[in-house]
Design a protein around this ligand. Structure first.
Ligand code: HEM
Ligand SMILES: [Zn+2]
Length: 183
């Protein structure tokens, strides 16, 4: 996992719980907290930090990953607005994540470990994102989707019935845009 993700977790925890909160998390996780954005650090270390943050805040890990995903989406918008601005609506943006957004990330960081998304579009206001990744961070994906919806000012509903955490080989994240497809 890239250092940039660790930096974002620190920003979120520090923003809500101060430097003292982040230092407690680092101590619990046994991390030194020295991260450089383009460097890679172990997925294991990220999981330890997430577990330590969950322990410190009392927020269960799935909800914590969802909150972190929402925070990440906001930060990605601040850092890379063109990915969002180039798309007219939420579904178009989500369809661009696998090949365009993460494709560009791979050009920038050739050793990035990105998930793969396949897509199913059954109806105009619905999209299924089929998530596959050894890291099984589907709840982070849910948060990233919610955070992206906030950017497009859309209310959405997410169903996540098929999940790798329940023994399936991929996750089906079903997104319904509420209140009409075009508004
Ligand atoms: C401008 C928007 C986005 C940018 C710049 C971006 C970039 C990145 C980067 C840098 C990583 C870390 C890769 C690594 O550490 O090796 C990552 C991971 C990830 N991204 Fe994105 N991303 C964006 C939007 C999204 C959206 C909207 C979703 C969900 C639909 C998503 C899903 C994920 C997930 C779940 C991971 C964690 C790795 C995994 O699950 O295997 N991303 N992304
Ligand atoms: Zn899942």
């Amino acid at each position: 996992m890239k250092g940039v993700v660790f930096d974002l977790l620190r920003d979120m925890v520090e923003g809500q719980y101060g430097l003292e909160g982040w230092n407690t998390v680092l101590e619990k996780a046994g991390s030194d907290g020295m991260y450089l954005s383009p460097e890679s650090y172990s997925d294991q270390e990220m999981m330890s930090l997430v577990l330590a943050t969950s322990d410190y805040t009392g927020i269960d890990t799935d909800d914590l990953l969802r909150a972190f995903g929402q925070f990440m989406a906001k930060e990605f918008y601040n850092r890379f607005p063109s990915f969002f601005d180039n798309c007219d609506d939420l579904i178009e943006f989500l369809l661009s994540v696998d090949r365009i957004v993460h494709g560009e990330v791979l050009k920038f960081y050739p050793d990035a470990n990105l998930p793969s998304f396949a897509y199913e579009e059954a109806e105009a206001n619905k999209l299924t994102m089929i998530y596959r990744s050894d890291r099984m961070l589907c709840h982070l994906a849910e948060g990233l989707i919610q955070g992206s919806a906030a950017y497009y000012k859309k209310a959405i509903n997410i169903d996540h019935d098929l999940c790798m955490h329940n023994g399936n080989d991929c996750c089906h994240i079903d997104i319904t845009v509420l209140g009409g497809a075009d508004e």
